[in-house]
Design a protein around this ligand. Sequence first.
Ligand SMILES: [Zn+2]
Ligand SMILES: [Zn+2]
Length: 257
Amino acid sequence: MKITFLGTTGSLMTENRTFPSLLINNDLFLDCGEGCTQKLLRLKAIDTINIICITHLHGDHFSGLFSLLWHYWLSNRTKDLTIIGPPHTKATTEKIFTLLNVPGGFGAFNFNIRFNELHDTNEIQEFKGDYTIKSAKMDHAIIAFAYRIEKNNNSVCYSGDTRPIPHLVKLAENCEVFICESTLPDKYSKFADEYGHSTPTDAVKMARDANSQKLVLVHLYPLFAKKVVKSIKNLKEIFNKEIVIPDDLDTLEIHND
Ligand SMILES: [Zn+2]
Ligand SMILES: [Zn+2]
């Protein structure tokens, strides 16, 4: 399984980092932050995407969906697409796409979009296909979900945005790669809690409790990102395995097949 980090910033875009989006192999997409369409084109993965999983409907996590759908409309995509997301993903997507003044609105596509909206429940929800996709509700400012993607004994868990929560530890249990948001440094944990986010210490504790093999920290708020990078040495006292802070377009490979 190959993970490509298309966008890694938290909340604010920077010169070098665009909004959250991750590519699994070349066909599954996690979050759809602005900037993803151009990066998918660069990776020649634009037409191979089959499934898009959206964690929540904050602009930084799904604003890129509209340039992607715009591209699919004008490039005459014919392959069907599945979008998994929180409640109201379908209505919100259709409404915004219609506001873009595409003639015919959502009827303009030459392919079908199947929306699988997650239920507002604390139970883990599961979809089976080429991948096993598991999802758990998180604890954020708005309804949000984390995803666990499994294929051929490989597993990766992605938090989206959340306060630290036992459901995320459960979802990430024994996964090879745990990708966790780490928006604010520990010094600002009060604000992280107030706005529904995690700190690096929250992330390493969840990685340790989940017994994940590797921790990837993403969604670092740009103003404090350097502080988080500097804190890695101390974080190893809690989680003594590999901790990675990727740049946009970095990749990670897991091989357990
Ligand atoms: Zn966010
Ligand atoms: Zn958010």
